[in-house]
Design a protein around this ligand. Sequence first.
Ligand code: NI
Length: 139
Amino acid sequence: MSELTRFGVSLEESLLEKFDRSIERKGYKNRSEAIRDLIRDQLVSEEWEHSERETVGVYSLVYDHHHGDLNKTLNHIQHNHLQVIVSSTHIHIDHHNCLEVIILRGKSDIIKKISDELGATRGVKHGKLIMTSTGSDLD
Ligand code: NI
């Protein structure tokens, strides 16, 4: 970790009060840690904007396994992207519904494309991609 630096920020008092209330609700002990997290979140967003950068994503989807060939189709898509899909977990939520959580590592545009393909498959009830980071640029 690199050395700590202090810097001053000027902003409206009312905005600062709202920020303080917000970070208190979230359980931050001080502004510094909350601001560090905001900066890191911004950096992760930028990583995802650059298609050549390696990123990590978590895609979750909920679907009814009785729906046609859905199981087969979702499996097929995943087998087509072995290099990017690191791991997947399948949970049987109830008689109909399954939850699948897939961890992907690779270029952001490819991760988005695979996620879109999975989510757009007929019968998928809900799909959501969490765009996160390998962490190498966040210190
Ligand atoms: Ni299942």
